[in-house]
Design a protein around this ligand. Structure first.
Ligand code: ADP
Ligand code: MG
Ligand code: MG
Length: 199
């Protein structure tokens, strides 16, 4: 079973890898965006980590609600409301249970990803975070490590795509040949799930 501590570890591990990969995320965003994806997420997940330490939320749903709220309020870019919606919707689907199963988390994440698609209007293949998140969901039944590998593959598979949503879409065909920054950070988020499961 996955308790509030697991979800705290998930958010903390994400914050650590966002810190470690911030330059890479910003470099990817400088090729097809405005060179702020790393700093956007660093600001957001630093706030998430601080808030989790101060508030000590007691259930998985509360951990994700609090994290999502921080991302929405602290990140100016498109990714803040999108990741915030992902975590808030996922948390809402988990309700107020003190512990949840992996299957419940997988189902909740699916409603979170649906929320992102509704908010941003992106579908698979549009060269966004959705291209890492949807393959991760599909692999989640095989465990966190499989989901993480699928998300990384999904992020790499954005390279030949032309962006149809977000800032990168303004580049038209010139967005082809670059890995999407948001798909790359989504792979970090899913990889952090596997890290949280290791304890
Ligand atoms: P901004 O583009 O506002 O500077 P960021 O650089 O933080 O925001 O985030 C850019 C990432 O957000 C993109 O690489 C893409 O993955 C994701 N993104 C942008 N627009 C959308 C959308 N409509 N739906 C899903 N993801 C999106
Ligand atoms: Mg940007
Ligand atoms: Mg920006």
């Amino acid at each position: 079973m996955l308790d509030a501590d697991f979800f705290r570890r998930w958010m903390t591990a994400t914050a650590v890898s966002v810190d470690r990969e911030a330059q890479r995320l910003t470099d990817l965003d400088s090729a097809i965006g405005d060179a702020d994806h790393g700093s956007n997420l660093q600001r957001g997940f630093t706030a998430v980590r601080q808030e989790l330490e101060q508030e000590r939320p007691g259930t998985p749903g509360e951990v994700l609600a609090l994290a999502g709220k921080q991302l929405i309020s602290k990140v100016g870019g498109a990714s803040g409301p999108l990741y915030g919606t992902l975590l808030r919707r996922t948390g809402k689907a988990l309700g107020d249970a003190p512990e949840v199963t992996e299957a419940q988390l997988a189902e909740a994440l699916r409603s979170g990803v649906d929320g992102v698609m509704k908010l941003g209007g992106a579908a698979p293949g549009d060269k966004t975070m959705i291209d890492a998140l949807v393959p991760a969901l599909d692999a989640l039944a095989d465990g966190f490590a499989a989901a993480s590998a699928a998300a990384e593959q999904g992020a790499r598979d954005t390279v030949p795509l032309q962006a149809r949503k977000g800032r990168a879409s303004y580049l038209g065909e010139r967005s082809i040949g670059h890995q999407d920054p948001g798909a790359t950070s989504s792979a970090l988020l899913i990889a952090a799930l596997a890290e949280a499961a290791e304890g």
